[in-house]
Design a protein around this ligand. Structure first.
Ligand code: ZN
Length: 433
C-alpha cells in the first residue's frame, strides 16, 4: 500500500524532481568553471612574471627565424654570373659549383638583362646553396637542385604556364602620364619603359599639356586565373602632343637586337641625351656666373638640374665608365666615355648605382647614380657636363647627331614590320568596340 503511494507521488512530481536535479547540476558546473578560470588567470599572471618563461619565449621566437631564405635577383646591364653569385653570400666552394652547373645548360650561355634569379640558402648549414632557379624567358625557368649524395646540382626546365597577351590601351593625359596610365590598368614597368622611350624627345614635366594623349600596345604574361604575372615588351607607342603624333615601332634590326624607330625608320636614340634626368628643373645654365659658394665669377662648365634628393640619373649615352669616385668639389661623380669625341660628367651624386665603377659598360638611359648634394654644392642637383674633343661645351645647345636611320633593304623590312604592327593595332582597336 505504502509502496504504491510513494510510486504515485514520484510519478506526480517526477517533472519537478528532474528539474531540481538539472538546476543543481548547472549550478555545480558553473561554480567549478569559474573557480577553474580564476585559477588559470592566477597561473598565467604568475607565469608572466616568471623570468624563466620570458627567457624561453624569447628563445623560441628567435629560433623561429626561417632556416631557408630565398634571395631574388634580376640581372642588369654589365652583370656576369660571377658578379651575381659573389653578392649572394655563400661559400667559395658553392660559388664554383654554381658556375660549373650553369655551364651544363646551353640556354644559359648568354646572360641577358632582366633575367630573374632565385637562390635558396640554408641558414643553419653555413649558408649552403640548396637550389636555384634561373628564368630563361618569360615562360620558362631552369631549376637546379642539389643531390644529397654527391652534392652536385641536377637541373630541369619548369614551364611557367603563362599565356602571352597583347594589349592595347589609350588615354588622354589628364594629370600626369603616370596617373593616367595607372588609371587604365597599365603596370608601372610598362609606364617606366614608355617614359624612357620618349626621354630623348620629351620632358614629361614641361612638354605635356592638357588633353595630350597616348596609345600603347604591349605584352603581358597571364596565368591560368587571368592574373598578370609579368610584363613584356612595348610593341608600339604613340604620344600625341598638341596634335602632333610621335609614333614608335619596335623593330628587330638584327637577329635578337631590337630598337624603336619612328614611322620614317629613324631610331629614336640620339647619341647623347640633353637632360639625363627626369622631372628636373634647369637651375643654372652653362656660361659665366658668380659661383654660389666660391663667390667670384667663374665659367660654369656644365648645366645644373635641380631635382629632389635621390632622383635617378641616367647615362646620357652608351659608353664606358672612366671614373666613379669622389672628385673633390664635384663630390661623388661619374665620367663616361661615349666614343672618341664625346665624354660626359655627372657630379654631386648622393650615391652611385649598383655596378657603376671604373670600366663598367653602360647603356643609354641606364641609371648610374642618384641626385645628391656632395662636394661644393648648395642643394640637391645634378651638374651635367658634355666634353667634345676634350673641351667642355654647352649640352643644351649641342646639335646631337641622331641614331641609326634604316636604309635600303633594312628600310623595306622595317616597312613590312610596321604594316604588321599597324594591322595589329587596328584589330586591337576594333576588338575594343
Ligand atoms: Zn654646376
Amino acid at each position: 500500500m505504502l509502496n504504491k503511494l510513494v510510486k504515485k507521488i514520484f510519478k506526480d512530481f517526477s517533472y519537478f524532481i528532474w528539474l531540481f536535479v538539472l538546476v543543481l547540476v548547472c549550478l555545480l558546473s558553473f561554480s567549478i568553471y569559474s573557480n577553474n578560470k580564476k585559477q588559470q588567470k592566477y597561473l598565467i599572471s604568475n607565469s608572466l612574471d616568471n623570468i624563466y618563461l620570458i627567457k624561453t619565449v624569447k628563445e623560441l621566437t628567435t629560433n623561429l627565424k626561417p632556416r631557408y631564405v630565398n634571395i631574388n635577383y634580376i640581372s642588369k646591364q654589365g652583370d656576369t654570373y660571377e658578379s651575381i653569385i659573389s653578392n649572394i653570400g655563400i661559400t667559395s666552394v658553392d660559388k664554383k659549383t654554381f658556375l660549373k652547373s650553369i655551364k651544363q645548360k646551353k640556354d644559359l650561355k648568354i646572360l641577358g638583362i632582366n633575367q630573374k634569379f632565385q637562390f635558396k640558402i640554408d641558414k643553419l648549414n653555413s649558408n649552403k646553396l640548396i637550389e636555384f632557379k634561373i628564368e630563361t624567358d618569360k615562360k620558362n625557368q631552369i631549376l637546379f637542385t642539389r643531390n644529397a649524395e654527391d652534392q652536385k646540382f641536377t637541373h630541369k626546365t619548369l614551364k611557367k604556364n603563362l599565356r602571352k597577351e597583347i594589349n592595347y590601351k589609350e588615354s588622354v593625359i589628364s594629370n600626369s602620364l603616370y596617373t593616367s596610365a595607372v588609371d587604365i590598368g597599365i603596370k608601372p614597368n610598362i609606364i617606366i619603359e614608355f617614359a624612357r622611350l620618349y626621354g630623348f624627345q620629351v620632358d614629361f614635366q614641361r612638354d605635356i599639356w592638357k588633353d595630350d594623349s597616348f596609345q600603347i600596345i604591349f605584352e603581358e604574361f597571364v596565368d591560368n586565373n587571368g592574373n598578370v604575372i609579368d610584363t613584356g615588351n612595348i610593341i608600339f607607342a604613340n604620344l600625341n602632343l598638341r596634335d602632333t603624333d610621335l609614333q614608335l615601332y619596335r623593330y628587330e634590326y638584327e637577329k635578337n637586337k631590337y630598337d624603336f624607330f619612328d614611322e620614317n625608320g629613324k631610331s629614336i636614340k640620339k647619341t647623347l641625351m640633353k637632360t639625363p634626368i627626369n622631372g628636373a628643373r634647369l637651375s643654372s645654365p652653362f656660361g659665366k656666373r658668380k659661383h654660389p659658394i666660391l663667390g667670384y665669377n667663374k665659367l660654369h662648365t656644365g648645366t645644373d638640374f635641380a631635382a629632389p634628393m635621390g632622383t635617378p640619373i641616367m647615362a646620357s649615352g652608351d659608353g664606358i665608365v672612366t671614373r666613379a669616385r669622389w672628385c673633390g668639389g664635384g663630390g661623388n661623380c661619374v665620367k663616361i666615355k661615349h666614343n672618341s669625341t664625346y665624354q660626359t660628367v655627372y657630379a654631386h651624386m648622393s650615391k652611385f648605382a649598383k655596378g657603376i665603377k671604373k670600366g663598367a659598360r653602360v647603356k643609354q638611359g641606364q641609371i648610374i647614380g642618384y641626385v645628391g648634394s656632395t662636394g661644393l654644392s648648395t642643394g640637391p642637383h645634378l651638374h651635367y657636363e658634355v666634353i667634345e674633343n676634350g673641351k667642355k661645351i654647352n649640352s643644351q645647345k649641342l646639335k646631337l647627331p641622331s641614331g641609326k636611320i634604316l636604309k635600303g633593304k633594312e628600310r623595306k623590312n622595317f616597312e613590312v614590320s610596321k604594316i604588321k604592327i599597324d594591322v595589329l593595332k587596328s584589330e586591337l582597336i576594333y576588338n575594343l568596340n
